[in-house]
Write a protein that binds this ligand. Structure first.
Ligand SMILES: [Zn+2]
Ligand SMILES: [Zn+2]
Length: 238
């Protein structure tokens, strides 16, 4: 590709994001370069921005990336089943793939795990976050091919939707008729409502604060049977 550098927002200090131009790396057999279309904003992104979580700096934030494969190594293309021009979503976690946890499918518990957006610029090639034009996709990434016909702002919801399904259905094995209580109507709580609804849950209860009134209304629209404002209603009685 002709372009040699990528625009990236680099967090250099708490509450400080700087536009910088970072070199675009050469791609080896196992990795890829993604042209970022959109990046979800996680609750932790704000904490990272404020500096309350101990994330390394300087670093490029953004770990819920959606984009188009710009360049890819042959082995990576084979392993991930994607090629140049395909739309992909990249999971947050980079695990070692070889420890007991990784081999047992619990890659999120890998002792050597790294997380996109929490890897400093000093760790080559630096483009480890999606608040940028391009993101480096390391060979240990978990990559999902995404439907290109979806608008990017919808497709980028893959992370909270995936979390809702994993946390509220897959892990607790939610099935038809089950009662589920979801604490908090954030983007992952609301995604959990959608997931439980689709899994056939019989009773979906969502709790929230008084300030969450609008989100609790959305929870109902998504299929929650009951919502509880824990500041003004007694959850136990209700
Ligand atoms: Zn996140
Ligand atoms: Zn591992």
């Amino acid at each position: 590709m002709a372009q040699r550098t990528s625009l990236a927002m680099v967090q250099t200090a708490p509450r400080t994001l700087e536009a910088q131009s970072l070199p675009i790396p050469e791609i080896d057999d196992d990795s890829a370069l993604m042209r970022v279309e959109a990046c979800g904003i996680c609750g932790s992104d704000y904490e990272q921005y404020e500096g309350v979580i101990r994330a390394p700096m300087p670093a490029v934030p953004g770990h819920e990336p959606l984009g188009i494969v710009e360049a890819i190594g042959d082995r990576a293309a084979k392993r991930w089943g994607v090629d140049v021009g395909d739309r992909i979503a990249v999971e947050t976690m980079l695990s070692c793939r070889f420890c007991d946890n990784c081999l047992g499918g619990r890659y999120h518990l890998c002792n050597d795990r790294r997380i996109y957006s929490y890897i400093p610029l000093s760790d080559a090639p630096g483009l480890w976050g999606a608040y940028a034009e391009f993101m480096f996709v390391h060979g240990n990434s978990i990559v999902h091919k995404m439907d290109k016909s979806l608008p990017a702002e919808i497709a980028v919801m893959f992370n909270p939707l995936g979390a809702g399904f994993r946390w509220a259905v897959e892990v607790p094995k939610t099935g038809p008729g089950d009662t589920v209580v979801i604490l908090g109507p954030g983007q992952r709580g609301l995604s959990s409502v959608l997931a439980c609804k689709n899994a056939g849950a019989g009773k979906i209860i969502v709790t929230g604060l008084a300030a969450d009134a609008e989100k609790l209304r959305v929870a109902k629209a998504f299929g929650a049977h009951y919502t509880i404002d824990v500041e003004n209603q007694n959850a136990k009685e209700k």
